[in-house]
Each structure stands twice: as C-alpha cells, then as structure tokens.
Design a protein. Structure first.
Length: 386
C-alpha cells in the first residue's frame, strides 16, 4: 500500500478546504491505483510551526506515510525538511502562491503545486501600468491580513518593472471580528478615493471583506468610474455569486478559471460535476493536479523509488487544466501564461472576458528573487486559512 498523509489547515472562509482538496486528489487517481492507497489526514490549525511539526512527526513516525501532501506556508517548510530529510518520504505541497519561495526550500524531496498568486499579481501590475499610466498614479488598498504576504509586493514589483513611477499603498486597520467596523473603514476609504480620483484602485481582501468591499464600491458609484483591479480570489465564482445585485466592472489576473477553454480543463470540470454535483474551485484544482502528478509517477511511488520520481517530475511538465504545469521551482521556464480578464456582472449575470495575457514571471527574475530573499516577516498560515 501507498500511504499518503494530508496536512489539513483550518479556514473560516473555506470550511471544506481539506475536503475539496481531497475530492480533487481522488478524482485524478484511477480507481485501480486508489485501491492501493491509504489516506491519513492530520489537522494543522492555522499552520503554526509547532502545529505543522506535530502533524508531520505523527504522520511520518507513527503512521509511517510515504507521501506528504496538503497545504503548507513556505515559511514553515524548514520544519518539514527537518523531519523528512533523513527518511524515504516525498512531499507534494499545495499553496495559493501567497509567498515567493526562497532558495532554501528547494529540495529533491519536495514538489510544489502552487496557484501562483504572486505571479498573477506581478502580471497584473505590469498590465496596470500599461493601461493606466497616462491617467496618473494608482492605489493598492488592502487589509492588514493581505499585507502579511507577498501578494501586494509582487503587484508593486510588476508595476514598477513596467515603468510605473509612483504607487500609493493604503492598509486598512484590521477589525475582522466586527463587520460593521470594517464596513465603516471601507466607506471612509472609498469616499477618499472618490475625492482624490486615482488612476486605478487595486483591492486585496479575503472572504466576507472581499464581498463587502466590492459591493460598497459599486453601491457608492465608483464601479466604472475608477478602474477596480482585484485578486483572483476576489474574482472567483464563489465570491462573485455572493455579491447580491451589484453591477460589476473590474479586472483580475489568474492562470486558471473554470471557464478556461482547453481540453484538460473542460474534462476536469465535467468529471467534477459528475462526481460531486458542483463546480470546482481552486482547492479542488490543486488537489486534482496533485493527483495527476502522483498518478504519473505511481509505479515509482509504489516501489518507493524516489530517485526515479525526481527524474520524472523534476525534469518535465504535466498537461493539467492550467496547461503545461511545473511541480519544481528549480526551473527557469514558466510555460503557463497569466490571463488578464474583465469581470462584469449585471442582474446576476457574471461574465469574464479575456483582454490580455502575460508570460508568467520566473522564480529566477531578479526582482522576485530579491522579494523572496529579503522579506523575513509575515504570516505563517497558508493564505485564506484564517
């Protein structure tokens, strides 16, 4: 049997995150292979170093797993490596791409399946400069939570790489437990933007805050007046469907959406609908792609031949719902583009229109390497796991 240990974080925004990841994982593995697999789930709370270490030690030392997967912030990868470095264990870790990886996390025992938020944000920053530089300076507006990751910094790097000169940053005080207070902050900031009329607003919020900000931006008449750029999370189907009655006109960047028109993606969405009766989200996708990676190397995994597995996944790409996909950061090429989309909604009808695409910035880009190497602060929990 192949034993797979799954790191399961807590998320109030996506309470079923670990279930969705496992749904995608199982869907990608053929039934003949699934019969030879045992799954062991371990709760890691919000992903602190101590919680991650306890979970990994239990999975590795007690459950004797062969493979570790699930969600883990790059800032605690050293904890994982300290446990598995002298053991015949391989890790396939998933993340939203909130943190730029450091060189230190590159190991032949770890493969990464990232949604690449920092790459999407870098591309959106480049595009924002191209589109709005004649109108003046823009504003990045976010909560304290988003400020604890590399998402806004990657946007800024892309903006300045494209020739941008000045970018204002507004960090809204955090009162997550009090929605009324947060909405008061939103109203104050939106009135400020309405008065100052910047070239664009790039908003970065999560969960209910994302819903409230977009709804209020529309309600207060800025939608269509001042261009609104949002993260791929804020433009996700599950967020947009909860914004009741708002007329939307905004832009976002991502490397995946359920509407993406390629054969692997259409196959994935069709299989998922048939198996689970709902549309997949990003966590389902990350599980599915991880399952594809495991399936592609299953014979090597069953033989515990991880040197062969490294040859397979370390030197090649897989065709996934996102296109040709890498599971190894230690590669120069980035085959997938980032898609810039216009997101509109009127009377509940949501549309996403492709307006541009950018090459995905490489991990070896000098500005990106600097961001990953010099930033030592920030949150340890995986993004959206709050």
């Amino acid at each position: 049997m192949l034993k797979i240990g799954v790191l399961c974080p807590y998320s109030s925004i996506y309470p079923n995150l670990h279930i969705e990841f496992l749904d995608g994982l199982r869907l990608a593995i053929p039934k003949d292979y699934l019969r030879k697999v045992e799954f062991y789930q371990e709760y890691i709370g919000q992903g602190s170093s101590g919680s991650v270490r306890n979970a990994i030690e239990k999975l590795v030392h007690f459950q004797r797993v062969d493979v570790l997967t699930g969600f883990c912030n790059y800032k605690v990868i050293d904890v994982l490596l300290s446990v598995i470095s002298n053991r015949n264990v391989i890790a396939f870790l998933a993340d939203m791409g909130e943190i730029v990886p450091k060189d230190q996390i590159i190991s032949n025992q770890i493969f990464f399946n990232s949604l690449g938020l920092w790459q999407s944000e870098y591309a959106l920053g480049q595009w924002a400069n191209e589109q709005f530089k004649q109108r003046g300076d823009g504003v990045v507006c976010m909560s304290l939570y988003e400020a604890g990751y590399h998402i806004s910094s990657a946007f800024t790097k892309g903006y300045f790489a494209g020739g941008g000169r000045t970018l204002e940053t507004s960090v809204i005080p955090q009162q997550r437990a009090n929605q009324a207070v947060m909405n008061q902050y939103f109203q104050e900031y939106i009135l400020k933007f309405k008065k100052e009329h910047p070239a664009f607003i790039h908003a970065l919020f999560a969960g209910q805050e994302a819903i409230d900000f977009i709804g209020m931006y529309s309600e207060m008449g800025l939608m269509g007046e001042i261009p609104l750029l949002v993260s791929s999370h804020m433009a996700s189907q599950e967020i947009l469907e909860r914004i009741q009655g708002a007329k939307l006109d905004m832009y976002s960047a991502s490397n995946w959406d359920i509407s993406r028109d390629n054969e692997e993606n259409k196959k994935f969405v069709k299989l998922y609908l048939k198996a689970y009766g709902r549309m997949p989200n990003a966590f389902d996708l990350l599980g599915y792609e991880t399952g594809m990676a495991l399936t592609s190397s299953f014979p090597s995994l069953m033989k515990k031949d991880f040197s062969e597995l490294n040859k397979l996944l370390g030197a090649s790409t897989l065709r996934t719902p996102r296109g040709e996909h890498l599971f190894n950061w230690n590669r120069h090429e980035s085959p997938q583009p980032v898609f810039i989309e216009k997101v509109t909604a009127d009377k509940g009808m949501i549309k996403k229109i492709l307006v541009d695409q950018k090459p995905k910035v490489s991990f070896y880009n000098a500005a990106i390497r600097e961001l990953g190497a010099k930033n030592v602060s920030g949150f340890l929990n995986p993004y959206l796991c709050i």
